[in-house]
Design a protein around this ligand. Structure first.
Ligand code: GAP
Length: 492
């Protein structure tokens, strides 16, 4: 699957636009259009309901993006949240030193009178056998030695731009949870194990952002910090290790539940050299993106690192009193960290299908119902017939009380169906002459409408008053064939 196909669909159908496009765009920043914001909100809503509201061991939080500068010193971000970068002395392009061998490179080959070639990543020139030593982009400049580059966006709090006023846009939501650990503990009286969840923006000044929304500078995270008592054992194992495995299973199951094919997901266990400075064990969930298997999310065992760091730096006690053992403990933390952009991209990619229908190509996004930006489209068969338009508008208004519903009369019915398929709308409702009858001939209508299901394209005829009940079933947990068994089929 080519990423360009999704990028083009996202722009054409109002999912994602480039930020500040009329000024030439802002590198790696994206704006979510009318359908994109619905999909993004649906992802976040499903996540919050499943991981916070439905679990009695979880609570939520919404911490501020700007925090005390000491937070980032104590967490290690000021000293360690860096990537090694190299600069081209000629074109001034900047690269991540650890990614430079994974890029195709430009070569002016002496063996072919200086002809210019683009050579695949890691391979030598087929003519002269040379390997890349110069800038992969311009092929001419020497590269500087690697230097560490901090990825945090620096800013100033208040009107004076001085060192004492320096702070950072948060690079992860996690720290807002750690510094509120005691506030939540005291106010909510939770017992270990329990988790605090947060959804919010984070900012990283990535050296090489790209691949559409895969690596961006302004991102959104859905994170859980799950606190466990490291002195406890569950099923014969340390409680943190047991909880870590449960969370890995839960994250995998969550993506599959919302429509990702299990074959497009796999786990990657971090080797010793990959582990962050705070981690005892980290497992990434990889997705088969068009750029290859890449990180969709990570699930780390952060141990007691963060709470201890903040306790030491702030002088406050950040412990839990274990009533049974009569001792204060610093909990261990399991951290499932989801990126909203990568979840969005994976759900789009996995939903995308090109099908042939009666000799025509149809593009359809087979979104799981809960994620679909629009649940129902109401389409009048003839927009020149006022009774049809009035009935269709009435149906839209009724259904819109409970579901995101659109009305569209801007094309013929075939085109309208294709448009809704392309944005993943599960159901279309069509109002036609048979619904309203014909006042000129005195023929009365049957007050029934046609419902079309996106994936099978099957259609049934349903009385208007029964629509809310039927959609409650269809957009709830009943299948199409089960829910419509009692209605007559309509011809496609
Ligand atoms: N609190 C832990 C943490 O932030 P991370 O592996 O750096 O860990 C977690 O980030 C997730 O956030 C990633 O798996 C990815 O889904 C998302 N993410 C991180 N950086 C990103 C970026 N520049 N653009 C898009 N998503 C990003």
């Amino acid at each position: 699957m080519n990423m360009d196909v999704i990028v083009s669909l996202c722009k054409r159908r109002g999912f994602i636009f480039q930020s500040s496009e009329i000024y030439g765009g802002t590198g790696s920043c994206w704006d979510y259009g009318p359908l994109g914001v619905e999909l993004k909100n649906n992802i976040k809503r499903a996540w919050w309901r499943d991981f916070v509201q439905q679990r009695d061991d979880m609570v939520g939080l919404d911490a501020s993006i700007l925090m005390h500068a000491m937070v980032w010193k104590a967490s290690g971000h000021v000293d360690h949240f860096t990537d090694p970068m190299v600069d081209c002395r000629e074109c001034k392009h900047r690269f991540r030193a650890d990614q430079i061998d994974e890029m195709p490179w430009t070569h002016f080959c002496a063996a072919t009178k200086g002809n210019k070639f683009t050579i695949p990543a890691g391979e030598p020139c087929g003519h002269c056998g040379a390997r890349r030593t110069l800038c992969p982009d311009c092929g001419k400049g020497d590269l500087t030695a690697p230097r560490q580059f901090n990825l945090m966006f620096k800013t100033f709090m208040g009107p004076v731009e001085e060192d004492a006023a320096v702070t950072y846009l948060r690079p992860e939501t996690a720290q807002g949870i750690f510094v509120n650990f005691d506030n939540v503990l005291q106010s909510m009286r939770k017992k270990l194990p329990f988790g605090i969840a947060q959804i919010g923006k984070a900012f990283r000044n990535e050296i090489t952002p790209g691949h559409f929304i895969f690596r961006v500078r302004e991102l959104e995270q859905m994170e859980v910090e799950y606190f466990v008592n490291p002195h406890e054992r569950v099923e014969g194992r340390p409680a943190d290790e047991h909880a870590h495995d449960r969370w890995i299973e839960a994250c995998l199951a969550w993506y599959i539940r919302y429509g990702i094919d299990a074959q497009h997901l796999k786990l990657h266990e971090h080797g010793r050299d990959e582990l962050s400075h705070y981690s005892k064990r980290t497992v990434d969930l990889l997705y088969d993106f068009p750029i290859g298997w890449s990180e969709l999310m990570g699930i780390a065992n952060r141990t007691d690192f963060d709470l201890k760091q903040h306790a030491q730096a702030s002088g406050k006690t950040l412990t839990y009193f274990d009533e049974e053992r009569k001792e204060h403990v610093v909990p261990y933390v399991i951290e499932p960290s989801f990126g909203v952009e990568r979840a969005f991209l994976a759900f789009m990619l996995d939903a995308y299908r090109e099908e042939e229908v009666r000799g025509d190509k149809r593009v359809v996004l087979r979104f799981q119902h809960e994620l679909a930006p629009t649940k129902i489209a109401v389409l009048p068969l003839l927009k020149k017939r006022p009774e049809i338009v009035a009935t269709a508008q009435g149906v839209r208004a009724t259904l819109a009380r409970d579901w995101s519903t659109v009305y569209d009369d801007t094309a013929g019915i075939g085109r309208l169906y294709r448009r809704q398929d392309e944005v993943g709308t599960p159901y279309c409702v069509t109002v036609d002459v048979q619904t309203v009858g014909d006042s000129a001939t005195g023929e009365s209508g049957d007050q029934c409408v046609t419902i079309r299901e996106r994936d099978s394209m099957e259609q049934v005829r349903v009385p208007i008053p029964e629509l809310p009940g039927l959609f409650r079933d269809l957009l709830g947990d009943r299948s199409w064939s089960d829910a419509v068994a009692r209605y007559p089929r309509a011809k496609p």
